[in-house]
Design a protein around this ligand. Structure first.
Ligand code: FAD
Length: 305
């Protein structure tokens, strides 16, 4: 119920205005978002890489409605990628891209062209791109664009969401040599017709999908903060003889940093997903919807003002 209310608020421009101007917002945003500018993203990346982590950077931007906005997002990624290469942060750092921010909602060809330009820049910088997955109405389009991009840029990664009923079958399709697949639970509010609704069903699906990916020929990227799923991931790595170079764990910036360090200490590859940019609202609300403890953190920031 609370999750639905917060996810509904994440789509409301009125609530966005209220939250954005509230005095407590800066502290809350700072915990989950690296900052507004490219330099903030580079600084956060440098710190994480110095701590032995890999990074994927997301320039925050959703609901792009004009070609100008889409092209500006593409250009920011091009600037970011040359900054990462110049700072010697590739290949440890790669980028994550939302096709909606590149124009997917109004011009699929434009989104593809922009994504292709980012993939070419990533190649030149010696790193890769992963296409984030958004709500289920975009899954087919995103996987189609992924398949086209992989012809020239085979390292381009996909994201599959365990809450979707179709995902186990998508995992089978994508568990092939050279294919990079991030498996996450899924962050959007989806109808029962397409998605499992209970946490237990989603977790069971995650394990089935993980089994497919870890036993397959691709490169699995297990994106979760869930201690039970991380333990099962460690178990499957032993079972399927996957050494740390053949799969990775991924977590979000600011969430369970001590667990990220524990896994690095155990010798695993751990990649932190680092969002930056001034369009942090939708991203932050999805994080708050996921976990009551994050709401308590929000509350403490309010009370301390
Ligand atoms: P949850 O069900 O949120 O939490 C399970 C358990 O994990 C909790 O009970 C608790 O024990 C522990 N936990 C969780 N958060 C915390 C915390 N803050 N502190 C302490 N313990 C905690 N979603 C998409 O839809 N598309 C994407 O492209 C996408 N990319 C992602 C990339 C990465 C790297 C990650 C990590 C997530 C991504 N997500 C994406 C979000 C994802 O789908 C989930 O919404 C999000 O990760 C929460 O699910 P969870 O697996 O962490 O477990």
């Amino acid at each position: 119920m609370l999750r639905s209310v917060i996810l509904a608020a994440s789509r409301s421009s009125q609530v966005e205005r209220l939250v954005a101007t509230a005095p407590f917002t800066r502290d809350v945003v700072r915990r989950f978002v690296a900052g507004a500018a490219t330099d903030d993203a580079l600084r956060a990346t440098r710190e994480l890489v110095a701590d032995g982590q890999a990074v994927t950077l997301d320039y925050l931007g959703e609901d792009t409605t004009t070609p100008e906005q889409a092209n500006a997002t593409r250009d920011e990624y091009l600037t970011l990628l040359s900054g990462l290469a110049a700072a010697g942060l590739t290949p440890a750092a790669e980028v994550s891209v939302k096709l909606s921010a590149l124009g997917q909602m109004f011009d699929e060809q434009l989104a593809y062209d922009n994504a292709r330009a980012i993939c070419a820049a990533a190649d030149a910088a010696g790193t890769t791109v992963t296409l984030d997955m958004e709500d289920h109405t975009t899954t087919d389009s995103t996987l189609d664009i992924l398949a086209k991009l992989r012809k020239d840029h085979p390292g381009t990664g996909a994201v599959l969401q365990a809450y979707l009923r179709r995902t186990e079958s998508d995992c089978r399709e994508l568990a092939s040599a050279g294919s990079r697949v991030r498996l996450c639970k899924g962050a959007y509010k989806e109808p029962e017709s397409v998605a499992y609704q209970s946490a237990r069903e989603v977790d069971k699906s995650y394990v089935r999908c993980m089994n497919v990916l870890m036993s397959g020929d691709g490169y699995p990227m297990l994106a979760t903060h869930d201690p039970r799923l991380i333990a099962i991931g460690e178990d499957r790595a032993r079972w399927f003889d996957r050494d740390p170079g053949r799969f990775e764990f991924q977590m979000l910036y600011g969430i369970r940093p001590e667990e990220q360090q524990r896994l690095v200490g155990e010798g695993y590859t751990v990649r932190t997903y680092v969002p930056y940019g001034d369009q942090w609202y939708g991203y932050l609300m999805r994080r708050l919807a996921e976990r009551p403890a994050n709401l308590a953190f929000f509350g403490r920031a309010v009370l301390s003002k």
